[in-house]
Design a protein around this ligand. Structure first.
Ligand SMILES: Cc1cc2nc3c(=O)[nH]c(=O)nc-3n(C[C@H](O)[C@H](O)[C@H](O)COP(=O)(O)O)c2cc1C
Length: 371
C-alpha cells in the first residue's frame, strides 16, 4: 500500500484525471465587463493555477446575458467573452503546476439574476441600475423586494438549454477539462427542482419526476454536445434547509438520474433557494450529504463547505465520505493552500522553482513567525 496521503493521490473524474483530490471551488469575482474576464481574473486564475489544487473551477459563468447574477458576473455568451477567457486561461496554464485541470461552472441565475454585487448590498438591482427582466420556473420572486421573474414557457426552456449547449461548446474550444452544470444555490436549475420555487402544472412541475426534468434534459443536451474527452458534472442541491423544500432523498434520486445521463461527478452543496432557510453551518456541514449521495448513487463525489485544514480534508477521504474535496474561502485566504497541505501531510509537491526557496526544508520562516 502506498503511504501517500489520499488527498494527494490522483482522481479519475470520468475521462479526465486530476493529479490530486484538492479542488478550488467556483467563486464569483463580480469583476467582469459584460461577461468578459478582466485583469483581475488574470491574477486570480494564475495564482490558483499554481495553488497545488488538482482542479481549479472557474466561477459561475452565465450562459446568457440575463443569466448572470450581477453586471459583474462572467459570461460565455459572446465571442468577446470567449476571447477574454482564452487570454486568461493561456496565462494561467503558462504558470500552472503540472497536471492541474481547469473546469468551468456553467450557470443561469434565473430569478436571482439582476442583482447587485455582494459588496454593494447583494439586493435586486434598482430601477436606475440597469436591471433586467428575470426568468424562472414560475413567476415567483426570490423574496420581498426581488424582481418577479417571468415563467419560462416550453420554447423558453428549449432556448435556455441551447444557451448552455453553446456555452459548453465554447468551453470545449477553450480546452477546459471539466464542465459543471450549476444546479444548486437557488439558481435556475434549482428553481425548477425545488417545490418552493416551482409551482408549474405542466411536465416541468409538480411531481419529483417533473421537477427534475429541466435538469435532466440539460444534462442530456450538454453531454451530447461535447466530446467524450471532457468531464461533464453537476453541482447539486442536497437540501433547501426549509420545511417543504428539497431533501437529501430527492437529491439522491436526481443525482442517480443525472449519472445515468452521463454526469461524471456530483459536487454536493445546499441552500440559497429560500431566504427563510435556517442553515446549520459548521465544519464540514455538508459532508454528510456528500456521503449519502456517494453511497447511494456510486457517483464520484466532491464534498465542500467549511473544510479548512488538510487533516480534515484527508479524514473525509479516508472515511470514504467523498472522493474529492473542494475549498473556497480557504483558497482566498491562502492561495498556496495546496503547498501547505503538502507540507502538513508530508508530501513533496512540486512548486514553481522561482518560489522553491520558501519551502519549509530550505527556510525556517513558518517556525520563526511564531517566535
Ligand atoms: C467569494 C465567493 C464566491 C462564490 N461563488 C460561487 C460560484 O460562483 N458558484 C458556486 O457554486 N458557489 C460559489 N460560492 C460558494 C463556494 O463555492 C463554496 O461552496 C462555499 O463558499 C463553501 O465552501 P468554503 O467553506 O470552503 O468557502 C462562492 C463562495 C465565495 C466565498
Amino acid at each position: 500500500m502506498s503511504n501517500t496521503p489520499k488527498l494527494f493521490t490522483p482522481l479519475k473524474i470520468g475521462p479526465v484525471t486530476a493529479p490530486n483530490r484538492i479542488a478550488v471551488a467556483p467563486m464569483c469575482q463580480y469583476t467582469a465587463d459584460d461577461g468578459s474576464m478582466t485583469d483581475w481574473h488574470l491574477q486570480h486564475l494564475m495564482t490558483l493555477g499554481m495553488s497545488g489544487a488538482g482542479l481549479v473551477m472557474i466561477e459561475a459563468t452565465g450562459v446568457e446575458r440575463r443569466g448572470r447574477i450581477t453586471h459583474g458576473c462572467v459570461g460565455l455568451y459572446s465571442d468577446a467573452n470567449e476571447r477574454a477567457m482564452a487570454r486568461v486561461l493561456a496565462a494561467a496554464r503558462a504558470v500552472q503546476l503540472p497536471g492541474t485541470l481547469f473546469g468551468i461552472q456553467l450557470q443561469h441565475a434565473g430569478r436571482k439574476a439582476s442583482s447587485q454585487r455582494p459588496w454593494e448590498s447583494g439586493a435586486a438591482l434598482k430601477a436606475d441600475q440597469d436591471p433586467w427582466q428575470t426568468v424562472s420556473a414560475s413567476a415567483k420572486a426570490f423574496g420581498p423586494n426581488w424582481h418577479t421573474p417571468e415563467a419560462l414557457d416550453e420554447a423558453g426552456i428549449a432556448r435556455t438549454i441551447e444557451a448552455f449547449v453553446q456555452a459548453a461548446k465554447r468551453s470545449v474550444r477553450l480546452g477546459l477539462d471539466v464542465i459543471e452544470l450549476h444546479m444548486t444555490h437557488g439558481y435556475l436549475v434549482h428553481q425548477f427542482f425545488s417545490p418552493i420555487s416551482n409551482n408549474r402544472t405542466d411536465n416541468y412541475g409538480g411531481s419529483l419526476e417533473n421537477r427534475m426534468r429541466f435538469g435532466i434534459e440539460l444534462m442530456q443536451a450538454v453531454y451530447a454536445a461535447v466530446p467524450k474527452t471532457v468531464a461533464v458534472g453537476v453541482r447539486i442541491a442536497a437540501s433547501d434547509w426549509v420545511e417543504g423544500g428539497v431533501t437529501v432523498d430527492e437529491a439522491v434520486t436526481f443525482t442517480a438520474k443525472l449519472k445515468e445521463q452521463g454526469a461524471a461527478y456530483a459536487c454536493v452543496s445546499s441552500g440559497g433557494l429560500d431566504p427563510a432557510a435556517k442553515i446549520t453551518v459548521g465544519p464540514g456541514y455538508q459532508v454528510g450529504f456528500a456521503d449519502e449521495i456517494k453511497k447511494k448513487t456510486g457517483i464520484t463525489t466532491r464534498a465542500v463547505g467549511m473544510i479548512v485544514s488538510p487533516e480534515q480534508a484527508e479524514e473525509i477521504l479516508i472515511k470514504g465520505q467523498a472522493d474529492q474535496i473542494a475549498l473556497a474561502r480557504a483558497f482566498l485566504d491562502n492561495p498556496r493552500w495546496g503547498w501547505h497541505a503538502a507540507d502538513a501531510l508530508g508530501v513533496d509537491l512540486h512548486r514553481p522553482p522561482q518560489y522553491d526557496r520558501a519551502r519549509k526544508a530550505l527556510w525556517p520562516g513558518e517556525a520563526l513567525k511564531h517566535k
